[in-house]
Design a protein around this ligand. Structure first.
Ligand code: F0G
Length: 462
């Protein structure tokens, strides 16, 4: 008898209980709205957006369990029951000993940077992230990129483009000395590279190397469960491991972590700093009082911590992750089939349009990714985000623009929010813009804020 081919659909492991109605806009309204926003999608009003792919941060749909957890908020200033639930969950799922809640990821980055970085220190990382690098710099440190070269090439098919290049790290250690390097920051997955994962083997090799040199590993674990999915799918020996066990193994090779729970952990606000070292924890739990709040709430309500604890559990479910990334891949494959240049391989939290190949007639000073994001909004009300020269900002010492090799528009998919039909509409709109791409002219920047300029910069059409 012929063996039947088994199909594995990525369909959602949930059904919809409540919906949020969206406003539909006209072309004329969208043209007006984006001009008023200075051609920066961050400055649009969300009510003028149809499908919001600005970010996957804080935009997920919480489950009925998380919402019922909100009703169990123990709103005590100190020692809330929800903190202890969160602490127990972090210990159980991630394996870290100590946890300090923060209002979101950058709150944890601030505390970490202030307690661990001294002036003149070097912080290696697998590609920069905007807020992470800024906090390192504000603490007197200097970020150095040690990601493998393949990550900077949108077309390269390397399955683990987030990997750390140990030779690049070794060059830094030899040049500056290990005592100048308090820790290496490893992001899983790597946001700015296109949601690209790090291999478990790379984590193991890195642990071995850093142990020898007395350098700590701090994980940016914002999308660690998504990274675990790619290890399960692509790395030899992990096909039968659960997402949950892979997540715990990744964390086991590190000394601590910063978390933006607004991504993986399926909450609208929240984050934490996790540490294994008692002294480092004591120092951080003292400093958090200054910037966030007492160490048992860190800027969050009790109900927020409860929703986070439940969300962490849901995030490491295999069924959840299969549908989550299945949806991203579904959109990516549609675009790929139409010949749209996207970052390859398809990453965890969104599809990244390669603006350099999409708009080859625009050089980077004309902000091609920023211009493309504006055009996509005008076409259909789909809101995306620039991840190119605007996001990269300027070198604080020289004042010169960083010119990243990657000039991308991120179509970030919120978790459990949009349907397959929405993905079809997005793909059609990108295709529409692609057909008319030769008509797109660039932008000039007319207002540039000092910090994290991409959030609030304003542009005019050339
Ligand atoms: N690290 C990574 C890898 C992130 O993607 C983010 C946020 C942060 C840290 C900071 O966390 O926003 O909670 O303070 N990324 C969002 C994004 C903003 O749209 O990619 P936060």
């Amino acid at each position: 008898m012929e063996k039947q081919k088994i199909k594995h659909s990525w369909a959602e492991p949930y059904k919809i209980k409540m919906v949020e109605l969206l406003k539909m806009t006209t072309l004329a309204q969208r043209k007006k709205a984006i001009a008023a926003a200075g051609y920066n999608t961050f400055l649009l009003k969300s009510e003028d957006v149809y499908i919001d792919l600005l970010t996957d941060s804080g935009t997920s749909a919480m489950s009925d369990r998380q919402w019922s957890g909100m009703m169990l908020g123990d709103e005590a200033y100190a020692g809330s029951a929800n903190f202890y639930h969160l602490e127990e969950t972090v210990r159980d799922v991630y394996g870290y000993k100590y946890v300090i809640p923060t209002h979101q990821g950058r709150g944890a980055e601030n505390i970490l940077s202030k307690t661990m970085i001294k002036k003149g220190d070097i912080i290696p990382g697998n590609m920069y992230f905007t807020t992470t690098r800024l906090h390192q710099e504000l603490a007197g440190g200097q970020f150095h990129d040690v990601i493998i070269d393949e990550a900077h090439d949108a077309e390269n098919q390397h399955p683990f483009k987030g990997n750390v290049d140990l030779n690049k790290l070794d060059v830094l250690v030899k040049k500056y000395g290990a005592d100048k390097i308090p820790y290496i920051c490893v992001a899983v997955t790597v946001n700015m590279a296109g949601g690209q994962p790090v291999a478990m083997q790379n984590m193991k090799d890195l642990r071995k190397y850093t142990k020898k040199h007395g350098i700590k590993i701090i994980l940016d674990m914002t999308r660690v469960a998504e990274n675990a999915f790619f290890i399960q799918q692509k790395e030899e020996g992990y096909a039968k491991h659960s997402i949950r066990s892979i997540v715990k193994e990744i964390c086991s090779y590190t000394d601590g972590a910063t978390m933006s729970a607004k991504k993986d952990a399926l909450v609208n606000i929240g984050g934490f700093l996790a540490l294994n070292d008692k002294d480092a924890y004591e120092e951080a739990s003292n400093l958090v009082v200054v910037y966030e709040g007492l160490h048992t709430y860190g800027g969050l309500a009790g109900r927020d911590m409860e929703a986070m604890a439940i969300g962490i559990e849901e995030s490491v479910s295999d069924a959840h992750m299969k549908a989550r990334i299945g949806q991203v891949i579904y959109l990516g494959e549609q675009l790929r089939n139409f010949g749209i240049p996207i970052t390859e391989p398809i990453g965890g939290h969104g599809i990244f349009l390669d603006a350099k190949r999409f708009l080859p007639h625009l050089d980077q000073d004309k902000f091609p990714a920023q211009a493309l994001a504006a055009e996509l909004y005008i076409d259909s009300g789909v809101r995306s985000m620039e991840r190119g020269v605007v996001s990269a900002g300027r070198n604080p010492k020289t004042g010169k623009n960083y010119y990243p090799k990657l000039e991308l528009v991120r179509l970030t998919i919120p978790r459990r929010v949009y349907t397959q039909a929405h993905m079809d509409v997005i793909a059609e709109s990108v295709e529409n813009v692609f057909v008319h791409r030769n008509k797109i002219k660039g932008l000039k920047m007319i207002h540039e804020p000092k910090y994290l300029r991409f959030f609030q910069a304003r542009f005019a059409k050339l």
